[in-house]
Design a protein around this ligand. Structure first.
Ligand code: GDG
Length: 467
């Protein structure tokens, strides 16, 4: 069996379940083959020069964790710069928030080249390499340039926008060409695959070879949708543990006469958090019976606060939350509980179970795992209702949620009202259907289907010259 090598911007210790579903799922696959996980340590090293790094390795069970620190200039240009101030906004359709800065691209190339140089000596001939996410799109190009012939797959966790949005990215042709150095490109949804294909056919004059295969730049790659799932069993186990049960009971007691709603996300402009607050305000305005009876708990965990757009978002949100509580709150009731902190993961399933409505309303999202976690946390006898943005990748799978357009404040308020008053039988039926999809397409299914596709014979691909 070939050894699996995972490369991602950040690493997590695969033996610690607290690290989350993705780390656990990848950890399982790595453990089985005795794998290698390579990436940034998370440390910024003041002593280091740009483009330089020392490799550190340690063993976690059968998995070797190999990491490098980043020089301050590389952290600023590669991570905060090109990855999070250019690619993240553009791929989430937010050209207005992108900061196209020449030095960012230089840093992005430099770090990808450095990653390739550090990784190459660790590779064995029979390895299969799985690269993750937008930080590392050119990694395979750099590896191929150094002579790497192993199979390399890539999974993009964020959405792919339509071709004309991508084309606004200076150097889009360079960036998109880099996908052809991979043997397989996995995306979250069919919509992403359609955008990717259209870009490649129209902008890169790729040839459609059928069966997801595309040819351009004297190379061939395959593209497909591999919607990521969650570790359902692990999340259910977490939900039965004491912390989650206590969290749920405490909230139910405190709010015994009220209906709770919940939003839980990283504080990110892609997640549609201000739009959600406006819709909640509209709910209170249009359906006054909810005043004194509905409370929205909004957990917006800190994220990338050193990037300007995130600081602006926080300010906007805090203004909106304060406005609602000031205008509608009373001595015995506050409409909104806004928490700008990370809630411990072991409490999340209890929080989800205690609330009647889960609000997952991103403006754009590759998938959105909170939507799946919310459904799995519910009591099947008396489940809550998921209100889900049609612009989350998850909406392609979770058709039994109440799908909303987060830009339509009134429409979203109406959907929340429907959710708050949905009869038990309909809630149960929707929950059953959602569970079926989520359980069938869990994180193990995702990992296996991607790796099976990557291992599938593609004789020409192996023999291809470097892109
Ligand atoms: C990217 C893509 C794609 C959130 N707040 C807290 C907390 N969380 C946890 C959730 C969930 C995870 O973080 C967030 O997952 P998402 O899928 O919503 O989002 P991204 O971080 O943007 O991830 C996304 C994903 O990659 C996987 O491919 O689905 O589309 O953007 O697990 O529960 N966890 C804790 N406290 C919090 O306050 N403990």
């Amino acid at each position: 069996m070939s050894r699996l090598v995972v490369v991602s911007n950040r690493l997590a210790d695969p033996r610690r379940p607290a690290a989350g579903g993705l780390a656990v799922a990848l950890g399982e696959a790595l453990n089985r083959t005795g794998g290698l996980w390579f990436g940034w340590s998370g440390n910024v090293n003041e002593e280091q020069q740009p483009g330089e790094a020392h490799l550190q390795t340690r063993q976690a069970g059968r998995v070797t964790l190999a990491t490098v620190d980043l020089a301050p200039e590389d952290h600023a240009a590669y991570y905060q710069g090109y990855a999070n101030s250019v690619l993240w906004p553009v791929f989430h359709y937010r050209l207005d928030l992108a900061d196209f800065h020449g030095a960012y691209l230089d840093g992005y190339r430099r770090v990808n080249r450095m990653f390739a140089a550090k990784l190459l000596p660790l590779l064995r001939d029979e390895d299969v390499i799985w690269v993750h996410d937008y930080h590392l799109i050119p990694l395979a190009t750099e590896l191929r340039a150094l002579g790497c012939r192993q199979r390399i797959g890539f999974f993009l966790h964020i959405p792919v926008p339509p071709p004309l949005i991508l084309a606004a990215l200076p150097q889009h042709d360079w960036l998109m060409r880099a996908f052809f150095a991979y043997d397989l490109v996995g995306l979250q949804s069919e919509a992403d695959v359609a955008h990717f294909r259209r870009y490649m056919l129209n902008e890169a004059q790729a040839e459609d070879l059928g069966d997801g295969r595309l040819a351009a730049f004297s190379r061939e790659t395959r593209v497909g949708a591999f919607p990521i799932g969650i570790d359902v069993q692990e999340f259910e186990r977490l939900g039965r543990a004491a912390d989650a049960v206590q969290t749920c009971e405490a909230l139910r007691q405190e709010y015994s006469r009220r209906k709770l709603l919940l939003g839980i996300d990283r504080l990110d402009y892609s997640k549609g958090i201000p739009q959600r607050v406006r819709a909640f305000r509209e709910l209170l305005e249009k359906y006054p019976e909810n005043r004194h009876s509905a409370t929205l708990i909004m957990i917006a965990s800190p994220s990338r606060d050193d990037v300007l757009a995130y600081a602006d978002l926080r300010q906007e949100l805090e203004g909106l939350c304060g406005g609602i509580n000031g205008d509608y709150g009373d001595l015995d009731w506050m409409p909104l509980r806004y928490i700008h902190r990370i809630v411990a993961r072991r409490r999340v399933p209890g929080l989800c179970r205690a609330v009647r409505v889960g609000l997952v309303t991103p403006l754009r999202d590759g998938m959105n795992l909170v939507a799946k976690e919310y459904v799995v946390s519910q009591d099947p006898q008396d489940p809550g209702v998921l209100v889900l943005s049609r612009f989350a990748g998850a909406a392609e799978q979770l058709k039994d949620a109440l799908l909303v357009n987060p830009y339509d404040t009134e429409g979203m308020a109406d959907a929340i009202q429907t959710a708050l008053h949905m009869p038990l039988e309909e809630r149960q039926a929707r929950h059953r259907a959602l569970m079926e999809t989520i359980c069938t397409h869990d994180i193990h299914w995702w990992r296996k289907s991607f790796l099976d596709a990557l291992h599938a014979p593609a004789p020409e691909a192996q023999a291809q010259p470097p892109a």
